[in-house]
Design a protein around this ligand. Structure first.
Ligand SMILES: NC(=O)c1ccc[n+]([C@@H]2O[C@H](COP(=O)([O-])OP(=O)(O)OC[C@H]3O[C@@H](n4cnc5c(N)ncnc54)[C@H](OP(=O)(O)O)[C@@H]3O)[C@@H](O)[C@H]2O)c1
Length: 199
């Protein structure tokens, strides 16, 4: 499966490092074009490639890690999604006040799913801060936990397989409604750095 990341800031580049360093090929895009990502892809080595936004959106699994106020605009011309997997690694939060954004009662991934009709949206990779996500997931003889939530079981399995491949434990929380558990701010699991110890 081809993998891409839209957004190459703190969280997008942390996800890219995780994959590239574990031998998984990844392409990455930002709003300013591939030429602005040369330093990052040189650092990441041969598993990483800088691409345009449109090219990134064609991958089988597309990670989205973009400032919340720019997501709807970024997604506007990227369809049709035709069932491709869109991993919502975002949090609906105003920066720098860290106030929650009013989504009219929707979970933030439900909003993302509305802006990307036809995509199989999975909430994942959003609940830890970038430096923790980048750190070694092996801790005290156990493994750090990442969560998945979404409506499509196959899509969640594909994302969970990647999570396990890069060394984490994956825990399935349920549907997009349950993604509220990991939303920042407010979700009881947001920023909670859980490690599953081997018994
Ligand atoms: N930072 C964290 O620790 C953390 C943790 C968990 C979740 N998150 C979530 O992850 C998302 C990104 O946060 P961040 O801290 O990584 O932000 P960031 O460092 O500011 O990076 C944002 C990235 O999004 C790109 N971008 C903005 N508008 C775009 C567009 N229209 N099309 C394509 N790319 C676009 C930017 O590219 P350009 O510079 O070229 O515009 C930049 O690469 C947010 O939703 C945040 O809540 C962050």
């Amino acid at each position: 499966m081809s993998i891409s990341i839209i957004g190459a800031g703190a969280i997008g580049s942390a996800i890219a490092r995780k994959f590239a360093r574990n031998g998984i090929e990844v392409s990455i895009a930002n709003s300013r074009g591939p030429e602005t990502l040369q330093a990052l892809v040189s650092e990441l080595g041969p598993n990483a490639k800088a691409v345009t936004l449109k090219e990134a959106a064609q991958a089988d699994i597309v990670f989205l890690a973009v400032n919340w106020d720019r997501i709807e605009g970024a997604l506007k011309n990227l369809g049709p999604w035709d069932g491709r997997i869109l991993v919502d690694a975002n949090n609906a939060v105003e920066v720098p006040s860290y106030q929650p954004i009013d989504l009219g009662g929707r979970a933030s991934s439900q909003a993302v799913a509305e802006w990307a009709p036809g995509a199989r949206v999975v909430k994942a990779f959003n609940h830890l801060v970038a430096p923790v996500l980048e750190a070694d997931p092996k801790v005290d003889g156990g493994r750090r936990v990442l969560f998945v939530a979404g409506e499509d079981a196959d899509a969640k399995k594909a994302v969970s397989d990647l999570i396990v491949k890069v060394g984490y434990v994956s825990i399935d929380l349920g549907g997009l409604e349950q993604s509220r558990l990991v939303q920042f701010p407010g979700g009881p699991l947001a920023i909670v750095n859980l490690v599953q110890l081997n018994q």
